[in-house]
Ligand binder design. Structure first.
Ligand SMILES: O=C(O)c1ccccc1N[C@@H]1O[C@H](COP(=O)(O)O)[C@@H](O)[C@H]1O
Length: 253
């Protein structure tokens, strides 16, 4: 199981995560007004620091997390920062994914968020279109009742999530208020062969919103202990990121 921690803003955050079982770090860019939004220069600096910190363990892959929904600024962010994972956290369309797939450097991984509001996922009707357009991985996250997107700290509806899991043909992350104590409601999703990892913001932090190593370690321990312990084959047509030529995460913990 991979662990992604989101919303880093300074190199000190990377130092905190060194030595923890963290595989991906989320760096925000193009999230206007977001409290962890980074300029292009800051994104590039932190992405370089994460890459430098990940050797030799192979962890801390930087992920661009963004609401950007046009090709040119997205490509510019990828080119200038050197990130090779892009998390489209807004309501970007399959057409944009298709255009991006053609424009981004080969090997760039595209993660598309599926927004879950109660029992509803607005992207459900176009999941197949996203896959055809070139999405490598999905990420299910909660939309709050008031419409807030990202870092809601609110858990996904488990039954709705499982129904999405059964629909996707790509690996997926779970997000939304993930903590050390709420893995059990997602047990069926965790045991699915496409389960790739979890993405955490709120509960990785203390009351002052500082990254908290003890909390992160506890989340990793609990979610790892309830997941599969060995790699398993995928279903027909459900290629893993590794099978699609991924360069990250050959290991299964
Ligand atoms: O963290 C944010 O504020 C944020 C803003 C815009 C896009 C994504 C954001 N974070 C993502 O929120 C989820 C879950 O966070 P939480 O654990 O529920 O607080 C995660 O996917 C982050 O990547």
């Amino acid at each position: 199981m991979r662990l992604k921690i989101c919303g880093l803003t300074q190199t000190g955050d990377i130092e905190i995560l060194r030595g923890l079982p963290v595989d991906f770090v989320g760096l925000w860019h193009g999230i206007d007004g977001g409290h962890a939004n980074l300029s292009l220069a800051e994104l590039s600096r932190l992405a370089a620091a994460a890459r430098a910190a990940r050797e030799p363990a192979g962890r801390l892959e930087p992920v661009l997390v963004t609401f950007l929904n046009t090709v040119a600024p997205l490509c510019r962010a990828v080119d200038e920062s050197g990130v090779r994972w892009v998390q489209l956290h807004g309501f970007q369309t399959p057409a944009l994914v298709h255009a991006l797939r053609g424009a981004l450097p080969a090997g760039t991984r595209i993660v598309k968020v599926l927004h879950v509001r109660g029992e509803r996922c607005v992207e459900r009707p176009v999941i197949r279109a996203y896959e055809t357009a070139g999405v490598d991985c999905f990420l299910m996250d909660t939309v709050a009742a008031d419409g807030r997107v990202g870092s809601t700290g609110q858990p996904l509806d488990a039954a709705t999530t499982l129904s999405l899991v059964q629909e996707v043909n790509r690996p997926f992350f779970l997000a939304g208020g993930i903590s050390a104590d709420n893995h059990a409601v997602h047990q069926a999703a965790i045991l699915d062969e496409r389960f790739f990892g979890i993405d955490v913001d709120s509960n990785a932090r203390d009351a002052d919103r500082r990254l908290c190593p003890a909390r992160i370690a506890a989340i990793s321990r609990r979610w790892t202990s309830c997941g599969p312990t060995t790699a398993r084959p995928t279903t027909a047509g459900a290629k893993t990121i590794e099978q699609r030529g991924g360069d990250h995460g050959q290991r299964v913990r």
